[in-house]
Design a binder for this molecule. Structure first.
Ligand code: SAJ
Length: 406
């Protein structure tokens, strides 16, 4: 039996896919609303293919509870933010989960941490805590790290197809956990030690953050030098060994904008490119605000309340607003005492900002300048509706001659 701890963006799809593939699974979350909703057949976020998976898992008998269970394998998929002042990983949610597991688990249980952590965390924090509680790791309990790699928007497909890395202290235990993941994952699963698996995961997200920062820096250089950054990246990427990502209004989400900080926090003075990349990406909302102000001057627009921000989520076609560039932009505006802009996102039903609209036509009626912060399919399909607006397109989804760009 597997007890999945944390039923959020990663834990829930993982619990569902394991159950659907025939493993007996109980999903546990300390948020009783999440658990009650799941028991009532409601999922708290949307994701391609998750409904079908949910029904498949229910048929196979998945259960949900606020209580930790007696299980052979525990999978911990809880958030790991960074501590704002030190930039180090905040393990509070993991430690809470592990202490609850210790209350119910039996000898021989395996604890698999899926949450992203900085290299050495599982040994320094989790292992030490377990041993302080009187257990012997490797005998009474086994620790494994199986970092998730799935991308929101394609989670279910990627759960089935991505290669994975699993770090274990004991090769036999690593093989056992690999067999569990193999029940639904067609990708290759590589076994290594825990610290290597921890570092590999952080490196993957840091690599992407640096690549995006490079694109964002190029956007700034090209703006200053009057060059077309998109055309330049397109042509440079024709080179067989160049693959530059796309500039944008900033980097959000709970992964790429968080994990690189762990290395900055643990290796200050060494993590230089990593820190610079974080700073560049974090500077993009301010850069967008400067572009808005330049465009307002160029278009002789004075009324801030006629500006509309399209998109609140951290990227296209998801409903997650964590660390979103739009929220960072709103914060920048507040600092500059600019208020009254209108905001709209088709995927965000709940009220998260002031002057938030829930209907595209009503939003468009009330604005002259639209700042596209997120390239949701909805706006790509409705380009006709914004053809008479002044457009700042931060995602390069409009025709080049129809919009201002970064
Ligand atoms: N972004 C750009 N330009 C790009 C690509 C992305 O500005 O060319 C922005 C996005 O708009 C978004 C942010 O970066 O604001 C992050 O989005 P993303 O799609 O790059 O990544 P995430 O955060 O949704 O998911 C990442 C993935 N990691 C890698 O691709 C290395 C995913 O595979 C991980 O599982 C996930 O982090 C995680 O949970 O760690």
């Amino acid at each position: 039996m597997v007890n999945v701890i944390g039923l959020g963006y990663i834990g829930l799809p993982t619990a569902l896919i394991m159950a659907e593939s025939g493993t007996k699974v109980v999903g546990t979350d300390n948020n009783s609303k999440v658990v009650n909703d799941l028991k009532a057949g409601k999922i708290s976020f949307s994701e391609d293919g998750i409904e079908e998976l949910f029904y498949g898992a229910l048929k196979k008998g998945i259960e949900f509870s606020t209580e930790y269970q007696k299980a052979d394998i525990y999978i911990v998929a809880v958030p790991t933010p960074y501590i704002k002042h030190s930039k180090k990983v905040d393990t509070a949610y993991i430690m809470d989960a592990v202490s609850h597991i210790l209350e119910v688990c039996e000898s021989g249980a395996v604890i698999v941490i899926e949450s992203t952590v900085s290299p050495g965390t599982i040994s320094k924090s989790v292992r030490s805590f377990i041993e302080e509680e009187g257990y012997v790791c490797g005998e009474d309990l086994h620790l494994v790290h199986a970092p998730e790699r799935i991308i929101p928007g394609r989670m279910i497909t990627e759960l089935r197809s991505n290669n994975r890395t699993i770090g274990a202290e004991d090769i036999a235990i690593g093989r056992r956990v690999r067999a569990l993941y193999k029940s639904f994952c067609k990708g290759e699963i590589f076994l290594t030690d825990i610290k290597t698996a921890e570092m590999t995961k952080v490196v993957e997200n840091t690599y992407r953050d640096i690549n995006i920062a490079f694109a964002n820096e190029l956007a700034k250089i090209c703006r200053a030098g009057d060059m077309d950054v998109y055309e330049i990246i397109r042509l440079a990427n024709m080179h067989p060994r160049v693959n530059i990502l796309s500039p944008g209004p900033g980097v959000g989400g709970h992964c790429i904008s968080v994990d690189p900080w762990f290395l900055v926090g643990d290796y200050p003075g060494l993590a230089n490119i990593i820190l610079a990349a974080r700073k560049i990406n974090d500077s993009m909302p301010e850069f967008v605000l400067n572009r808005v102000s330049e465009i307002m001057d160029a278009e002789k627009l004075q009324d801030i309340s006629r500006i509309g921000i399209y998109g609140i989520t951290y990227k296209e076609n998801v409903d997650d607003v964590r660390e979103s560039p739009t929220l960072q932009l709103m914060e920048c505006m507040r600092r500059h005492l600019a208020s009254g802009v209108k905001v709209y996102d088709p995927n965000v039903g709940r009220e998260v900002v002031e002057n938030q609209y829930h209907e595209l036509d009503a939003f468009l009626n009330d604005i002259d300048l639209i700042v596209i912060m997120v390239g949701h399919d909805e706006i790509i399909e409705n380009m006709e509706k914004i053809k008479d607006k002044i457009i700042l397109d931060t995602r390069n989804i409009c025709r080049a001659d129809a919009a201002y760009r970064l």
